[in-house]
Write a protein that binds this ligand. Structure first.
Ligand code: ADP
Length: 509
């Protein structure tokens, strides 16, 4: 760690890092106020910038370039030029570079984690967890890279040989969200690079610094200029930047993680150029507690899936469905576990829930809870902001008497609010859980093995946690069905989005 920092520091100074002594030296070497295009740290052509603030206290951390359509076109050109060389490199070469990048992420673990907490607000322990998770994708794809195999088929004609090889699709435009500012980037970029693609990454406007820090380390790892480009844009320019990525004939694919609403815009915009699309969109995860469940495990799983990142994840539990006979006991145990949550500055030891990312998300949570109360939901605990911790804190909340007409039941609340509805039978629980246009993750708890198989198969989601509330890993195929998206990230399938199968037929042999 020490030697790595010493090694990075002079380069970082030379490149004009803005030093923020308050975040510490290990963050300073990673903190950038420029975008990373074609191996250079540059501003927007317009000279415009926007501020990145800490959601804990609204303090400005730094400013980054506010890039527009013209800037992103240049980044696409750079990625396209770099692709002409990168596509021809060996898997071993790419694997070695990814491994170097991974090693640098590990060496800079603490700096990356602190930067993440500063711009995103999640507790430092969670940021460290995200870093381990995010870096694991780089490690995983450095390994998978060398196992991108083809096939030789049995030809029906003796004079022909039929072969399929996998080739990189080309330049990939990546648009990522603010809830996992590191991991949502690494699981796209590492897979793309492993396959031989190059990329232009547009991180969320709330959290561009973790993305730029990954750029610092990619450069340090020796990944060639133009292979990874990171451009930053404010909300004002996001739509035009996204449009260029979707419409440019030089971009072969789009990989997006974010809301279903924006995913649909990108899907539509990509139609003219028939892009390859990877869409990781919103969910509305049901968390079902059957009467056969081990309630202590269920509470543990509910805490993990609901309160991680203050409920701001796309696989967060959104609808807790509990069998009538165990609801009181479950609520009692859940409330006791929630009493242990500590709200505050994520940089401080012992804090387990940070602020909500921004005012508009915060207001949305307040409005949804208000609306549910107006329609008859009852508050067991919480149900209001927690002003003493800061402007953007919301109390861990349990609501009962939740009905299907309430918007917090139909849409992701993206906050620390547990909405509970009871059911009588397994059939009713499945009907409730599957009554949704989205299908990302679901969870259920049961000690009945037959029920476990039955329910797991019938739930209409891409991922199911069975007696488990934390399901994500680089080894796992992450993705949804219905309006939750297309494609899978992680696992060996994570490479599929970035490769084309070419069929070669050798005739007249
Ligand atoms: P959220 O509402 O949680 O911020 P979004 O789907 O709006 O989720 O944001 C996810 C990512 O999509 C962010 O990087 C954001 O800047 C980007 N984004 C938002 N609107 C558009 C758009 N019209 N075109 C392209 N990207 C967009």
């Amino acid at each position: 760690m020490e030697s790595m920092l010493t090694k990075l520091a002079p380069a970082a100074t030379r490149l004009g890092v803005r030093r923020m002594s308050s975040l510490g030296p290990e963050v300073d070497v990673l903190l950038k106020d420029k975008a990373y295009v074609n191996g250079a740290w540059i501003g927007a052509a317009s000279g415009k910038t926007f501020q990145v603030t800490n959601p804990m206290n609204s303090q400005v951390i730094t400013s980054v370039p506010d890039m527009n359509a013209a800037d992103v076109s240049l980044a696409v050109d750079a990625a396209n030029d770099a692709f002409q060389t990168w596509r021809g490199t060996t898997a071993k070469y790419r694997s070695d570079l990814l491994r170097k990048w991974f090693n640098l992420c590990v060496a800079n673990h603490e700096g990356l984690a602190k930067l993440l907490t500063a711009e995103q607000g999640k507790p430092l322990a969670e940021s460290r967890g995200e870093l381990v998770y995010g870096s694991s994708y780089i490690e995983w794809f450095s390994e998978e890279c060398r196992r991108i195999y083809g096939e030789v088929a049995q030809s029906p004609v003796a004079s022909k040989e039929m072969m399929f090889i996998r080739q990189p699709i080309g330049v990939v435009g990546m648009i990522t969200p603010w809830n996992f500012p590191n991991a949502m980037i690494t699981r796209k970029v590492a897979a793309a690079l492993a396959a031989g693609c190059t990329c232009v990454v547009k991180p969320a406007e709330d959290t561009p610094l973790s993305a730029l820090a990954l750029g610092v380390l990619a450069e340090e790892a020796g990944i060639p200029a133009g292979v990874v480009n990171v451009i930053t844009s404010s909300r004002q320019h996001t739509a035009e930047v996204g449009k260029v990525l979707c419409e440019s004939p030089k971009v072969a694919g789009i990989s997006f993680t974010g809301s279903t609403k924006v995913g649909k815009i990108l899907y539509r915009q990509s139609a003219n150029t028939i892009k390859r699309l990877g869409l990781e969109l919103g969910g509305n995860a049901a968390f079902i507690v059957f009467d056969s469940a081990n309630l202590d495990l269920a509470v543990q799983g509910c805490m993990a899936s609901k309160f991680r990142n203050a409920g701001q994840t796309c696989v967060s539990t959104n609808r807790v469905l509990v069998q009538e006979s165990v609801v009181e006991e479950f609520i009692g145990k859940l409330k006791a576990a929630m009493d242990n949550l500590v709200l505050g500055d994520g940089m401080k030891d012992g804090v387990s829930q940070g602020p909500i990312i921004n005012k508009s998300q915060f207001d949305k949570i307040c409005e949804m809870v208000q609306e549910a109360r107006g329609q008859g939901a009852e508050i067991v605990v919480g149900g209001e902001p927690h002003k003493s911790a800061g402007e953007l804190f919301y109390k861990p909340t349990i609501l009962t008497n939740v009905t299907e007409s309430m918007s917090l039941y139909r849409e992701e609340i993206f906050g620390p609010v547990v909405s509970i509805k009871t059911f009588k039978t397994e059939e009713e629980a499945l009907a409730l859980a599957n009554d949704s246009r989205v299908g990302l993750a679901s969870y259920f708890y049961s000690e009945n093995i037959s029920q476990c198989f039955r329910v797991a198969k019938k739930l209409e989601t891409g991922m199911v946690g069975i007696n488990e509330g934390a399901i994500s890993a680089a080894e796992a195929a992450f993705g949804g069905i219905k309006e939750s998206g297309l494609g899978r990230e992680g696992s060996s399938h994570g490479l599929d989005e970035y490769t084309n199968i070419k069929y070669m037929c050798f005739g007249n042999l």
